[in-house]
Design a protein around this ligand. Structure first.
Ligand code: NAG
Ligand code: NAG
Ligand code: NAG
Length: 199
C-alpha cells in the first residue's frame, strides 16, 4: 500500500514534470506551432574528395580533453559530380579526440579536419570538416567551404552532407551532397547540379 502510494506519487511527479506548466507557456503565435515538414529531400551529389591520409604517421597527445590524435595528408583532390578534377588538396589535418566509442573493437574519432584547396581557377578554398568517425573505417560529417573564387562562390553557401569511407585503404573517399537541392539556402538557384559544371 505504502510502496504503491510512493510509486504513484513519483509517477505523478514524473508526469507533472513532462506536462507543460504555466512556467512554460506555448508559442505566442500560430506560426510558431509545429507544421508538417516537407517530404524527405533527395540528396544530389555535389563533389567528391579523395584524400590519402598518412595514418601511421600521427601524433597522439594526452590532453585534458582526452587523447588527441593529429594526422595529416599526403595528397588529395576534388572532383565534380561528373569526375572532372577541379581542385588539389594541400595540407589536410585531422586533429580530433579518439575514444573507445560504443562499437566494440573500434575507436571513435571526433572529426576535426581542416584543409586548403587550390582550385583550378587559381583561387584558394579553406575547408572545415566536422563530424564523427570510426577510425580507419568510415565517417559521417558536415563540410563548410570558404572561398572568394567567383566561379565556385556557390560552395560558400552550403553545409554539405559528407559521408566518407576508407574502404580498407589509407585513401578516404568523401562524397559531398547538397542537403536540399530544391530549396538551397541564401538564394542559391535550384540548378545546383549544373553549378558543378561551371568552369
Ligand atoms: C598512430 O600511428 C601508429 C603507428 O605509428 C599506429 O600504431 C596507431 O594505430 C596510430 N593511431 C591511430 C589512432 O590510428
Ligand atoms: C571498395 O573496395 C572494393 C575492392 O577494392 C571495390 O570493389 C569497391 O568499388 C570499393 N568501394 C568504394 C566505395 O570505393
Ligand atoms: C542544366 O542546364 C541545362 C542547360 O542549361 C538545362 O537544360 C538543364 O535542365 C539543367 N539541369 C538541371 C538539373 O538544372
Amino acid at each position: 500500500m505504502r510502496v504503491s502510494a510512493i510509486l504513484s506519487a513519483l509517477l505523478a511527479c514524473g508526469l507533472g514534470a513532462a506536462t507543460p506548466s504555466k512556467r512554460q507557456p506555448g508559442p505566442s503565435h500560430p506560426l510558431l506551432e509545429w507544421s508538417e515538414p516537407p517530404p524527405t529531400p533527395q540528396l544530389i551529389p555535389a563533389f567528391q574528395a579523395k584524400i590519402d591520409w598518412d595514418l601511421d604517421n600521427n601524433h597522439t597527445i594526452q590532453t585534458p580533453s582526452g587523447l588527441r590524435c593529429s594526422w595529416w595528408s599526403r595528397e588529395g583532390y576534388w572532383y565534380d559530380a561528373e569526375g572532372r578534377r577541379f581542385g588539389e588538396i594541400l595540407r589536410a589535418n585531422d586533429d580530433g579526440i579518439v575514444t573507445d566509442g560504443t562499437t566494440p573493437g573500434t575507436r571513435y574519432l571526433e572529426l576535426l579536419i581542416t584543409y586548403v584547396v587550390r582550385l583550378d581557377d587559381g583561387y584558394w578554398a579553406y575547408v572545415t570538416h566536422t563530424g564523427g568517425a570510426i577510425v580507419r573505417q568510415y565517417q559521417n560529417g558536415v563540410v563548410r567551404v570558404e572561398t572568394d573564387s567567383p566561379t565556385y562562390s556557390w560552395l560558400n553557401r552550403i553545409d554539405f552532407v559528407a559521408p566518407g569511407s576508407f574502404n580498407g585503404t589509407e585513401v578516404m573517399t568523401v562524397n559531398h551532397y547538397f542537403p536540399n537541392p530544391d530549396n538551397l539556402p541564401n538564394g542559391l538557384p535550384g540548378t545546383a547540379p549544373n553549378a558543378t559544371r561551371i568552369g
